[in-house]
Design a protein around this ligand. Structure first.
Ligand SMILES: O=P(O)(O)OC[C@H]1O[C@](O)(COP(=O)(O)O)[C@@H](O)[C@@H]1O
Ligand SMILES: [Mg+2]
Ligand SMILES: [Mg+2]
Length: 310
């Protein structure tokens, strides 16, 4: 019998102390919102929701119509569910404060904006803390992403390993399809936007990438973090978005990109680092703070740190 997301969560209640009914309801609500987003993504060209919304967000980046739509779907869901204290989104300048206690959710409603119009995988990323969103990643109670790819898949951690659920279009349920996602100790793929090579601030990074090429690694870079991290989780290897001359702390945002993805990667047996410390040990000061990201298989991340230290 197929295991639904809901039955999986209720099954895990005894084993995972912090998994209470409210958290289960919240994760289910987020899952429902992503089903709605998935339906819009699949019909985007028919619904006239491709292309730019004609404005820029707090990051100074062009907002796509689907960014806005996905943001509204999740925001509405979180506001209505009655379990949420704070909400932070990539697409909103300030956090929404609903109460002093409850679950605090940070999310990237649609990750991989540049890939929306060309039918390449995009996704939604979420991170759940107690009460307040501005906390180190290590204190996350749950985190995950939904990838809208050739199938719609939710990858989730509750701080006890990583699992994946595939959205079954017939029943409309997320069904357990990846009961245990474990990262390989060492892979064969590196993932970095190498077009920025001359702008990277660390010479050690250029030497590391050259070393991987010498070891016959393959380059795969989708440009949607969800897709690049999904492949890294399933096939191993390393994903990097480093500091460069333009983005001095890297491009990826801590709360709703780096922190949840680092939690998933470390829970799957991999490593995460900013180059100085685990991403999970960064103490965030601002909502839209950015950090350099090096995540993936243990061997590649440790080797990267060796090159950066030279
Ligand atoms: O085009 P670049 O500079 O390589 O950046 C790619 C990165 O930017 C992002 O698209 C940023 O996410 P958003 O689309 O949510 O802004 C990541 O998904 C991806 O890893
Ligand atoms: Mg993103
Ligand atoms: Mg986004």
């Amino acid at each position: 019998m197929a295991v639904t997301l809901t039955s999986y969560l209720f099954d895990k209640k005894k084993e995972i102390g912090h998994l209470d009914d409210d958290l289960i309801i919240l994760i289910n609500e987020i899952a429902s919102a992503t089903k709605e987003i998935s339906a819009k993504v699949r019909k985007a060209a028919l619904l006239n929701v491709l292309g730019s919304a004609g404005k820029t967000n707090v990051q100074g980046e062009e907002v796509q119509k689907l960014d806005e739509l996905a943001n509204e779907i999740i925001l509405d869901t979180l506001k209505k569910c009655g379990k949420v204290s704070q909400i932070a989104s990539e697409e909103m300048e300030d956090k929404v404060v609903l109460s002093n206690s409850g679950y605090a959710v940070a999310y990237d409603p649609l990750d991989g904006s540049s890939n929306i119009d060309v039918n390449v995988s995009i996704g939604t990323i979420f991170s759940i803390h107690k009460d307040n969103v501005l906390k180190p990643g290590r204190e996350q109670l749950a985190a995950g992403y939904v990838i809208y790819g050739s199938g719609t898949i939710m990858v989730l951690t509750l701080g006890r390993g990583v699992v994946g659920f595939t959205l079954d279009p017939e029943s409309g349920n997320y069904l357990l399809s990846h009961p245990e996602i474990r990262l390989k100790e060492k892979g064969k793929i590196y993932s970095i936007n190498e077009a920025n090579r001359d702008k990277w601030v660390q010479e050690g990074l250029r030497k590391y990438v050259d070393f991987l090429k010498g070891e016959k690694y393959t380059l795969r870079y989708v440009g949607s973090m969800v897709a690049d991290v999904h492949r890294t989780l399933l096939k191993g290897g390393v994903f990097i978005y480093p500091a460069d001359k333009k983005n001095t702390s890297g491009k990826l945002r801590f709360l709703y990109e780096a922190s949840p993805m680092a939690f998933l990667i470390e829970q799957a047996g991999g490593l995460s680092t900013t180059g100085e410390k685990s991403i999970l040990d960064v103490v965030p000061e601002k909502l839209h703070q950015r950090v350099p990201v090096i995540i993936g298989s243990k061997w590649e991340v440790e080797k990267c740190l060796e090159f950066l230290a030279e």
